[in-house]
Design a binder for this molecule. Structure first.
Ligand code: HAM
Length: 429
């Protein structure tokens, strides 16, 4: 195929074979969120560039080098959303739905765009399901967010494969004090720091803690610890979160180096990580952002949330063999009709069956064909049964019900009794 007709690198088609797994995953999450009282919000995929600069932070990888930014025909600078939190903040402010302390428990799903180097689990268009809660400041809601993801891992059968890492970044004042101490310490060792860390030291020093460079990591062993600079309020908040996780029995590790790549966090930050996916092991991540709404022009409004990467979680389900068997089959019964009269009767019969068994997945053979070719297609469809309508069946007002997956002999069933018969065969999803 010519190059111009290929999808953009790092942006993938989700083909029909894959879609049932996506729907299963998204449906499972949506169902769970309903039970915890979260409501869905849908925001545009494109926003003014300014929104992301002001929320995510000018000196972050995302804003510095990963955004898909372009000028539209009005000359406005627009950006394909690299994440969902900024738009939620904009939307609650714009519509005044977090004013007066109104609690909002929101969730969203959709594609996000970052110009990263594509590899397994890392794409340029990827999908997130995210949650954002406004106007609740206690650790109880931070705990709820984590508890519900824990339940989700249970529903998906992947609890044993994920680990929770937690940290507290403290209030912005505590972080500023810590930043000063860290800068002072790192400046003494500046000659040994890698180039990226030298740059970050000037622009965003906390991100030096994230470094992958062994020499810099060795220096960091003796660096001041954020935990020693935590203010009393953040310390009590963090203890409250840990106590709640302990109460539910959710295991976690404290990772003092967990700082996150977006600037808006304060107090709680967390990541769910796995060692089953190689380098891209963070499947779900988030934290508290109590200063963000105010920074974006609103009244002081506490906020907390997270987002999970759908591609990574789908990969995990596949890698761990946790794709439910039931979603592999997409057809329950396949109707084969031979001759014009049988085709007409078959169509009417199929519609009757759809009335009586609304969730039955029934496929009608299209394009006629011989016995042999129609059976071949019935078999290939993955259906449990072929329904057969030929001259003999038409004369007797019956249908041949032929098991395709080795469940006994073919039976002839009267048209009027067909729905009941199929229901007892448990063919419905
Ligand atoms: P994030 O850590 O940038 O946070 O992304 C959250 C998750 O999205 C990651 O843990 C990962 O699973 C997935 N993800 C990120 N980038 C990619 C990529 N290039 N390819 C595939 N998956 C990816 C945020 O986006 C914050 N808005 C989360 C949040 C919500 N914090 C508070 N509220």
């Amino acid at each position: 195929m010519s190059k111009s007709l290929q999808a953009i690198r790092g942006m993938n088609d989700i083909l029909p074979d894959q879609s049932p797994l996506w729907r299963y995953f998204e449906g499972t999450v949506a169902g769970l969120l309903d039970t915890y009282g979260y409501r869905q919000i849908r925001t545009p995929i494109v926003e003014f560039t300014e929104l992301f600069k002001r929320s995510i932070g000018e000196v972050t990888d995302i804003v510095e080098k990963e955004m898909y930014t372009f000028e539209d025909r009005n000359g406005d600078s627009l950006t394909l959303r690299p994440e969902g939190t900024a738009a939620c903040v904009r939307a609650v402010l714009e519509h005044g739905i977090s004013g007066g302390g109104q609690v909002q428990k929101l969730w969203y799903v959709g594609p996000m765009f970052r110009h990263e180097r594509p590899q397994k689990g890392r794409y340029r268009q990827f999908h997130q399901i995210g949650l954002e809660v406004f106007n609740l400041e206690g650790p109880d809601i931070d705990a709820e967010l984590i508890v519900l993801t824990w339940r989700l891992w249970g529903l998906l059968g992947i609890r044993d494969a994920v680990k929770l890492e937690l940290n507290s970044l403290g209030t912005s004042e505590a972080r500023a004090r810590y930043r000063d101490a860290l800068v002072e310490f790192l400046t003494q060792h500046i000659a040994v720091l890698d180039e990226d860390s030298q740059r970050r030291l000037k622009t965003n020093p906390l991100r030096v803690l994230d470094t992958k460079h062994p020499e810099t990591q060795a220096i960091l062993v003796d660096a001041p610890k954020l935990a020693d600079y935590l203010d009393e309020e953040s310390r009590v908040h963090f203890e409250g979160l840990k106590a709640r996780l302990d109460a539910v029995g959710i295991p976690y590790v404290i990772n003092p180096k967990l700082v996150r790549g977006l600037d808006y966090y304060s107090k709680t930050v967390f990541e769910w990580v796995t060692d089953k996916l190689g380098a891209q092991g963070t499947v779900c991540a988030g934290g508290r952002y109590d200063g963000l709404v105010e920074q974006m022009g609103g009244k002081p409004t506490p906020g907390v949330g997270f987002a999970m990467g759908i591609e990574r979680l789908i990969l995990m389900l596949e890698t761990l063999g946790k794709v439910p068997e039931s979603i592999a089959r997409q057809v329950d019964v396949y109707l084969c009709a031979f001759g014009e009269a049988a085709e007409l009767a078959g169509l009417a019969l199929a519609e009757r069956l759809r009335d009586e068994l609304p969730t039955l997945r029934l496929q009608i053979n299209a394009g006629a064909g011989s016995f042999k070719s129609q059976f071949k297609k019935a078999d290939k469809s993955g259906a449990l049964f072929a329904l057969i309508l030929g001259d003999d069946e038409m004369a007797a007002r019956q249908v041949g019900v032929k098991p395709l997956r080795g469940q006994g002999e073919q039976q002839n069933i009267a048209w009027d009794a067909l729905a009941e018969h199929l229901a007892t065969c448990a063919v419905q999803a």
